[in-house]
Design a binder for this molecule. Structure first.
Ligand code: FE2
Ligand code: FE2
Length: 184
C-alpha cells in the first residue's frame, strides 16, 4: 500500500535515517566496548544494533512504493570517547526517540490513517523503551568498572523487542514466535 501523506512519508524517511545511524553507531561502540574489556556490554550494543536494523528495515519497507531519491535528515549522536560516555550517547538517543520523535510520528500516522507506518513506529517506540533501560543499567556497571552479566540477549527480528535472558514464549510486542528470535 502506498503511503498517502507526505508528512508520514517524511517521518518514515527520517526514522529510517535515524535507525540506520543508530545501527552503525552501536556496532562501532560495541567494538570499542569489547576492546576496552567489556565483552558483554559489547554484545548488548551488537544486539541493540540488530534491533535498530529491524526498525530501519520496517520503515524502509513501508516506503517500498515511494521510489526516488531523497535527502534524509535525522538526529545523530556523535562521540567516541569512553564506554561511559558512549553509553550516555546511547541513552540520549533512545530517550529522544521515546520522548519526542516516535510519540509525534505515531500520532501523525494515526491522524493520517497510515496503518503500516503506525505499526512500524509503534514497534520501534516499544523497543526503544527497553533499550534505554538496558543502556542505563549497563552504564551503572560501567561507572563501577564492571561488565554486565553474561546471559544471552535475544532480539525479535520483526519488531526489535529485546530481552536479556529467556523470559517470554512469544514476542510481547508483535506476537512473533520465540524460535525466530536472534540471540547474541
Ligand atoms: Fe533502540
Ligand atoms: Fe516482535
Amino acid at each position: 500500500m502506498k503511503v498517502k501523506n507526505a508528512m508520514t512519508a517524511d517521518f518514515l524517511r527520517s526514522a529510517y535515517g535515524g535507525e540506520s545511524m543508530a545501527h552503525m553507531r552501536y556496532l562501532i561502540w560495541g567494538e570499542s566496548a569489547k576492546k576496552d574489556g567489556y565483552p558483554n556490554i559489547g554484545r548488548l550494543f551488537d544486539a541493540v544494533a540488530y534491533a535498530e536494523w529491524a526498525h530501519a528495515k520496517n520503515h524502509f519497507n513501508v516506503l517500498k512504493d515511494e521510489a526516488g531519491d531523497n535527502t534524509v535528515a535525522a538526529g545523530a549522536v556523535f562521540g567516541h570517547t569512553n564506554i561511559v560516555e558512549n553509553l550516555q550517547g546511547a541513552i540520549n538517543g533512545e530517550l529522544h526517540e521515546i520522548e519526542q520523535m516516535y510519540p509525534v510520528y505515531l500520532e501523525t500516522a494515526k491522524f493520517q490513517d497510515e496503518k503500516d507506518a503506525y505499526k512500524a513506529f509503534h514497534y520501534a517506540l516499544e523497543a526503544e523503551k527497553i533499550h534505554a533501560k538496558m543502556f542505563a543499567d549497563a552504564q551503572i556497571s560501567a561507572k563501577n568498572k564492571k561488565d554486565i552479566g553474561d546471559e544471552k540477549i535475544y532480539v525479535c527480528p520483526i519488531c526489535g523487542y529485546t530481552e536479556i535472558g529467556d523470559n517470554v514464549e512469544k514476542c510481547p510486542v508483535c506476537g512473533a514466535k520465540r524460535d525466530i528470535f536472534k540471540s547474541f
